[in-house]
Design a protein around this ligand. Structure first.
Ligand code: 3PG
Length: 307
């Protein structure tokens, strides 16, 4: 039976990805409604009424949205993190929530290096900066992005260290021949650069705190392409005020952005989250989301279900 699908993206996909999504739903004879670059939540609330499926990016799917979505059966986050979906409320309402793991990881991993080079070179201010070669890189969490970061880091001649609590991911570290760090404290103590790849959960919120950051060696740089909430901003502001050698580059703008800007070349934040903003990542994640929706309705496939 024909389905109605809403693509709701406050930060739109590249046109080429949208074309691909349209074609998947045209083949399935589903109706696709697009709400791209929307400016108000009211528009989103209005658009979810009567749809069977929803594709989102970082768009918040909270209680209000789930209540307005009176026919919704499935929501797919075209991307990795599902912290923007109230997955428990969705479950109570019988709505399946999914993500598309790994589909935008390379884009995020490449951005990590763009940001590292940019900040190591003083944001191209004309003065002598430093190189990545020979530096120690700590990867905090070894999921899809962390693993690709390790691979690229080797090309730069960096020494790679990684920390994760999952046994499966420690196996991946062994295969990839990176230094396995058993204690998080050691990662921060050892590494010139730490790149964050932890999801936002109750446990990780504000977990990057003064205790950890103060362990980092002279000339330390923290890179955040994960979530703004995992950082304890007060701690980071304190460290950056105390240590003129400490640098921070982030793809998720801190609440205290104006205060951080006072650190000049030692601080950089992208104006809008750019990690997954490549045509390739948009195609990979967007088309995977569309296929997962068709497979869910046509074959009952719930492989990527998170709730
Ligand atoms: C993700 O969780 O997949 C990334 O944070 C990308 O988010 P975006 O699709 O909103 O750019």
């Amino acid at each position: 039976m024909s389905k109605r699908v809403l693509l709701a993206t406050e930060k739109a996909f590249a046109a080429v990805a949208v074309k691909g999504i349209e074609s998947i739903f045209a083949d399935a004879k589903y109706e696709l409604v697009k709400l791209e670059n929307y400016k108000s939540k009211a528009d989103f609330l209005g658009a979810v009424k009567g749809v069977d499926a929803l594709i989102i990016r970082s768009d918040e799917v909270d209680k209000e949205v789930l209540e307005a979505a009176d026919s919704l059966k499935i929501v797919v986050r075209a991307g990795a993190g599902t912290d923007n979906i109230k997955v428990d409320i969705a479950k109570e309402k019988g709505v399946v929530a999914m993500n598309t793991p790994g589909q935008n990881s390379n884009a995020v991993a490449e951005l990590v290096f763009g940001m590292m080079v940019y900040i190591a070179r003083g944001q191209f201010n004309g003065k002598s900066g430093t190189e990545l070669q020979g530096k120690k890189l700590g990867i905090h969490a070894y999921g899809n992005v962390g693993r690709l970061v390790a691979k690229i880091a080797k090309g730069f001649g960096m020494e790679v260290f990684a920390f994760d609590t999952s046994a499966e991911k420690i196996e991946d570290m062994k295969k990839d021949n990176v230094h396995i760090v058993k204690d998080i404290v050691e990662l921060y103590k050892t590494c010139d650069y730490v790149s964050l790849h932890i999801p936002k959960t109750k446990e990780t919120t504000k977990s990057i705190n003064y205790g950890l950051l103060s362990l980092m060696p002279a000339g330390a740089t923290l890179i955040n392409t994960a979530r703004v909430e995992v950082i304890c901003e007060e701690s980071l502001l304190r460290i950056m005020s105390e240590r003129k050698d400490f640098r921070y580059a982030t793809d998720v703008m801190p609440e205290a952005h104006d205060k951080f800007k006072e650190f000049g070349d030692r601080y950089y934040a992208t104006p809008k989250k750019m990690g997954a903003q490549t045509e390739e990542a948009n195609i990979n994640a967007g088309l995977a989301a569309a296929r997962q929706i068709v497979d869910f309705f046509e074959k009952g496939d719930v492989r990527f279900k998170v709730n």
